[in-house]
Design a protein around this ligand. Structure first.
Ligand SMILES: C[S@@+](CC[C@H](N)C(=O)[O-])C[C@H]1O[C@@H](n2cnc3c(N)ncnc32)[C@H](O)[C@@H]1O
Length: 245
């Protein structure tokens, strides 16, 4: 099992020891120094945000407990990751609920900016390499991955456009983005309702914005959604996107 503690702010450093004890492994070599510096800076601002906003997403046992109540979402996760091939990056892996669903022949990297979820993710990650980092500052070179996977993450990413730009950067030109998201309601009433509950919802969940139009953001960022891959159920969307020419 390989664990990488890349992006730790100072007060998190003490907890690296905990992760290393919980998940004995070797550190991932070959991360360039500039990337470590960027990741560390990004981790500081992320950490600061999360110090002021701790919700369900930051409490691993509670998140997993609630997810047991949503078996439909679990099935969608399984279908999402089953399509991943080659060298794969999963952003926002959380407690690692997707990690056991990948094909054995993928080379998997998974990251989450929330340090507290990583020990759980680590128990589920098999041979994957885990990192503490955020989507907006990916510590990887350009064109590094055949596939990037994101499951219920971009509703919570603080800077969606920057995060999507980073995904584009690390994807190879022929690479694919596999995404599962919930989105803003289509009806006027539904959209107004989600706008209304958003501030409280974001607090309680620890970052989730129920009224984001992530599909539009993905297209705006320069991805093309493969029409035949799009699955819609209520507010949920699952799709594959490629980089626009
Ligand atoms: C609703 S949880 C989903 C977790 C997991 N992907 C799943 O399907 O169960 C959202 C996750 O996004 C992560 N997240 C929030 N901001 C992020 C960012 N800027 N970059 C990457 N992940 C982020 C959170 O830490 C959290 O683990």
């Amino acid at each position: 099992m390989k664990v990488t503690g890349l992006a730790f702010s100072d007060d998190m450093t003490a907890r690296v020891g905990h992760l290393e004890r919980a998940c004995p492994g070797i550190p991932y070599p070959g991360i360039p120094r500039w990337a470590r510096a960027v990741a560390r800076v990004s981790s500081r601002s992320e950490h600061w945000q999360r110090m002021t906003m701790r919700g369900i997403e930051q409490i691993p046992w509670l998140y997993d407990l609630l997810m047991h109540l949503a078996p439909g979402v679990e099935r969608w996760r399984g279908k999402l990751v089953a399509g991943a091939r080659g060298r794969v990056l999963e952003v926002g892996c959380g407690t690692g609920r997707t990690l056991s669903g990948y094909r054995e022949d993928v080379e998997l990297f998974a990251l989450d900016p929330n340090f507290d979820v990583l020990p759980r993710a680590c128990r589920r990650c098999g041979d994957a390499r885990l990192l503490c980092a955020s989507a907006e500052f990916l510590p990887f070179a350009d064109d590094s991955f055949d596939c990037v996977v994101s499951s219920l993450v971009f509703c919570s990413v603080p800077d969606v456009d920057r995060g999507l730009r980073e995904l584009k950067r690390v994807l190879r030109p022929e690479g694919r983005l596999l995404m599962l998201e919930h989105v803003q309601a289509r009806s006027k009433f539904g959209a107004r309702f989600l706008d209304w509950i958003q501030p409280a919802w974001t607090r309680i969940t620890g970052g989730c914005h129920p009224n984001r139009d992530t599909v539009a953001a993905v297209e705006r960022a320069g991805f093309v959604i493969e029409a035949d891959s799009l699955r819609v159920r209520g507010l949920m969307r699952r799709f594959t996107a490629r980089l626009a020419d």
